[in-house]
Ligand binder design. Structure first.
Ligand code: FAD
Length: 905
């Protein structure tokens, strides 16, 4: 950590007392010790030697070696992991042979020794073998990953060795089953005698039993035998978070620990019953679970070793298994990670979480205050409700969370495919030129009359907005289709946008009810003082094309919730989305005369609306330049000073120090810079990487960008769609052509096909992601609204032509000098550094150790300062206040005579 500013020795705390070098050395030693606890060896050669040594004292243990590393971001990563798996299989096979042949010379290609279950084996992660092991890239996975895994399987089959595919995140499950199916068919054709192929299955998944039935049916279909490992599951917290973030209807995993335990037992029962095609491998450290497995098997007349095996992780469950292995019939396979400390982190975090969790068996076993009765409590009891709120109820009583769609599930994809096939985009009338002139001569009240709407009790208005939110949620597929075709959104981005619009409606409904209650103020006796908010009048809402539904709906809903009338002017490029949104609001109960849609170009129609007499306020999202034009136009008007809420762009930076995790940085940077083809005002424009890690991060970033698919957004596999129109394309591609130095263009295959049955839409105006290096932040002086990522290398001390100097303070100063202040990303493993930097920089939204896009209504209120906007933040608790006027009401309660209140006291 030392190169970028943690040079210790001074200051308080441990660093101050011991000095940085001592602390760093001690930390490295601690990491090495932790690594030793959970990792068998650094190389496969050392690992197999260690395995042999352990077998000398404990003959009935076997090993499944796991080459550390997962989640390849680039093809180069995937190639390296493939080579290490291949080398490991050959090494394990040779070792087994050597054990048998006592060192005779052997042909590496003709390795063939112990029967499948008796010897050591290997565990592999499919996410390590392909940079896009995702459901949306199924065609690539089947065409590119399956042959690679098959190569490994063939080696394992020849060596009669167990090869198990690890279980990873739930959204990869169906894909892993497709891969398994393809592999089984190859096994049947080429190595029908091999029964060593296997899959890990997670009992914490609510569909675990269906999964086992499905895997057994695959095995029976192909007439092959499998070795299946039953685990409880290691990604529990991540699954809960994903379900909440994506607003899924339910959790894909159980939420009570003992429900997972029950599921494990039910799955055990099923696996033992499927012993015609499955050799079960029960992986657990829980003594209670092990005892139940033994009993269940015994009741079926099945023997340990012959009919099933037990498994544990290296470094865990040692004490429990010391006892279990006293029975010489029992065999235990140890899952043994192999690799260097650099690749340890993801694995180590999962193990530490597991060991640290209160509900975990190993944790409770180590806790002397937990008695045997508690430790071995039967899980056989049911809870009727989830142990915490479902994603829909995340915000408690205040509002319902918007519902998302999980496209990894085929049933959730189907309605969108159907909506795309039937979509007809309505022609939206525009205001003609001569009408623009007539607009100028009129007052805004000639377009909108909001009297009735504003007199409605706030709770009734809120109900109308909630009804609209529900209707929008129901019409999610149709709105997504519209966004895909009119605004070139990818399906995932379209869902996120509809959800944001739904959230705006519900949030502002709730907020209006909160803030529009009269507040009683203290004062002298005999007088009642209250403060209340009132609508200001008619607002002009001007929204952009990049979020044609969410920003449009957010502005309009804010105006309406507070009782104002609204004239909404959407971007010229996306009028159909706006029209559909307005129709939906009218149907939900917003009076037609309180909300009017006016379409046309900004320079004419937008300008005319802003210039009309009687406008109570303008809310605008778009470029800084246009915001300034509107501001000047308003200032030039006669009459009252008109408030303007402007949300504009930014030159958003992400700061990466040398302690940051490169994989995390690359994931965050790729999403932030290239999602929505970089057409978000929050998008990452300049990545500032400490020089010590820059080469590694930049290489990985280029590799990950090269894996993105550009093209037609009405296809599931597309990551980067078209720019909004030819003018935008010319601007961005013209800028890219002007770049001369260190430019990388990620030109992967162009997706030209559509979702099946859907007419092909345009693939014009596609700009592939571009990465380019600049030497200083000041070299980027304007926002490039497209998929172009700039990189700056930085260091402490003096800079040079290649590297920006001045350290973190210099970066903060440079960001502030640019004058924008919208979003900022920080990646570091040093908490104090992140918070200090966030304090130094004048930006609206700061994201630490994650991507910097996708602000959620009411969770990350969105909006910047300085050149990036006026505030208040959209989707935040202060937004609606700007739409209101304030009135105090003072009533002399003694006017009729005496002061009853005082006398009563
Ligand atoms: P227990 O303490 O009895 O169970 C802990 C488990 O319960 C947690 O891991 C979690 O899954 C679950 N849990 C915790 N809290 C809750 C809650 N509130 N509600 C519901 N469930 C909860 N995991 C994988 O995901 N993929 C693999 O490929 C994989 N391979 C493995 C291989 C081996 C040989 C072993 C031993 C484990 C493997 N694991 C794998 C890890 C495994 O999933 C478990 O995390 C670990 O074994 C702990 O389970 P346990 O039975 O030993 O302990």
């Amino acid at each position: 950590f030392l190169p970028d500013g943690t040079n210790g020795g001074s200051g308080g705390g441990l660093l101050g007392r011991l000095g940085a070098n001592t602390v760093v050395l001690a930390t490295m030693r601690a990491v090495a010790l932790l690594g030793k606890q959970f990792v068998l060896a650094e190389s496969i050669e050392a690992a197999t030697a260690e395995a042999s040594a352990q077998r000398r004292t404990q003959p009935n243990v076997r090993f499944s070696f796991d080459m550390l590393g997962e989640g390849a971001r680039t093809q180069a990563d995937a190639d390296a992991y493939f080579e290490s798996y291949k080398n490991a299989i050959i090494c394990i096979a040779l070792k087994s042979m050597n054990t048998v042949t006592k060192g005779q010379n052997v042909d590496k290609n003709d390795v063939h020794v112990p029967p499948d279950a008796a010897g050591d084996g290997i565990s592999i992660k499919l996410s390590a073998l392909h940079p896009r092991y995702e459901w949306s890239q199924r065609d690539r996975v089947m065409a590119e990953l399956v042959p690679r895994v098959w190569e490994l399987c063939e080696l394992a089959a020849k060596a009669r060795m167990n090869l198990t595919i690890d279980a990873e995140e739930v959204d990869r499950l169906e894909l892993s089953l497709d891969v398994l199916d393809a592999l089984c068919s190859k096994v049947a054709a080429s190595h029908p005698q091999w029964r060593g192929l296997g899959l890990a299955m997670q009992a914490y998944q609510t569909r675990a039993m269906d999964l086992i039935a499905h895997v057994a049916s695959i095995a029976r279909k192909h007439g092959v035998g499998l070795m299946c490992r039953l685990v409880k599951g290691a990604y529990w917290d991540a699954e809960i978070k994903r379900a909440q973030v994506e607003g899924l209807p339910h959790y894909p995993v159980f939420t009570h620990k003992h429900h997972t335990d029950i599921s494990y037992l039910a799955c055990t029962h099923m696996l033992l019953a499927a012993n015609d095609v499955i050799y079960p491998q029960f992986a657990t450290h829980n003594a209670s679970t092990i005892a139940a497995i033994a009993q269940l098997a015994h009741a079926k007349g099945l023997q340990p070793g012959a009919h099933y095996e037990l498994q544990r992780l290296h470094g865990m469950g040692t004490g429990v298994y010391r006892e279990v292995l006293r029975d010489p019939r029992v065999s235990c396979r140890i899952y043994a990670p192999v690799g260097s400390h650099r690749d340890l982190l993801a694995y180590l975090v999962r193990r530490l979480l597991e060991n640290g969790a209160n509900a975990s068996f190993v944790h409770q076993l180590a806790d002397e205050s937990v008695g045997v009765d508690t430790l071995l409590l039967s899980p056989l009891r049911m809870e009727s409700a989830s142990s915490f709120a479902l994603p829909r109820d995340l915000f408690g009583a205040s509002r319902v969370n918007s519902a998302g769609l999980d496209f990894a599930v085929a049933e959730m994809r189907a309605p969108l495919s159907e909506a795309l096939t039937t979509l007809a985009i309505a022609k939206v009338p525009r205001v003609a030129d001569f009408d623009v002139k007539s607009l100028l001569g009129r007052g805004i009240h000639s377009l909108v009359s909001y009297q009735k709407w504003s007199e409605m009790p706030v709770s009734q208005r809120a109900e109308v907005l909630r009804k609209a939110a529900d209707a929008l949620e129901t019409a999610m597929p149709e709105f997504c289709a519209l966004l895909i075709v009119e605004a070139f959104k990818t399906p995932g981005d379209a869902v996120a946008e509809v959800r944001e619009a739904v959230d705006f409606l519900r949030y502002y409904a709730a907020e209006s009810e909160r803030i529009m209650q009269p507040i009683a103020l203290p004062g002298p006796t005999g007088e009642a003082n209250t403060l209340r908010l009132k609508p200001r009048g008619v607002w002009v809402c001007i929204s952009p094309w990049n979020f044609p539904l969410a920003i449009f709906m957010g502005q309009v809903a804010a105006g309406l919730a507070t009782g104002n009338g609204v004239v909404a002017k959407p971007a010229e490029q996306t009028p159909a989305v706006a029209q559909a949104a307005v129709e939906l609001l009218h149907k939900a109960g917003v009076p037609r005369d309180a909300l009017k849609l006016v379409c046309g170009p900004g320079e004419t129609v937008g300008a005319a609306l802003v210039g009309m007499a009687g406008v109570a306020g303008v809310v605008f999202t778009g470029s800084t330049g246009v915001a300034k034009i509107i501001n000047r136009a308003l200032a030039a008007k006669d009459g009252p000073i008109v408030p303007l809420i402007a949300e504009t762009g930014g030159i958003n930076a992400m700061i990466v120090d040398s302690s940051a995790l490169p994989e995390q940085v690359v994931d965050a940077a790729v999403q932030s810079a290239f999602k929505s083809a970089g057409q978000r005002c929050s998008a990452l424009r300049v990545l500032c990487v400490h020089e010590a890690v820059a080469d590694r991060v930049i290489d990985m970033l280029k590799g990950a960008a090269a894996e993105l698919r550009v093209g037609q957004t009405s296809h599931w596999s597309t990551d980067v769609g078209a720019l909004i129109d030819a003018e935008a394309f010319e601007g961005v591609s013209g800028y890219v052509k002007g770049l001369t130095d260190k430019v990388f263009t990620a030109n992967r295959s162009l997706v030209t096909e559509s979702i099946e049955g859907v007419a092909i839409h345009s693939v014009a105006n596609i700009q592939a992601p571009v990465i380019t290096e600049i030497s200083h932040l000041r070299d980027l002086s304007r926002e490039i609204f497209g998929p172009v990522l700039h990189i700056v290398r930085w260091r402490d001390g003096e800079g040079d032509a290649q590297v920006m100097g001045g350290g973190l303070d210099g970066l903060a100063q440079a960001i502030n000098t640019q004058g924008y202040g919208l979003t900022l990303g920080i990646h570091t493993r040093i908490d104090s550094r992140a918070t200090r930097f966030a304090e130094q920089v004048h930006v609206g939204n700061v994201y630490i150790n994650r991507n910097m896009i996708g602000a959620v209504v009411g969770v990350q209120p969105f909006g910047g300062e300085a050149l990036s906007g006026t505030g208040p933040k959209a989707g935040g608790p202060h937004y609606l206040l700007r739409f209101c006027g304030e009135q105090t009401l003072t009533i002399n309660t003694t006017a009729a005579g005496g002061n009853v209140q005082l006398l009563a006291g």
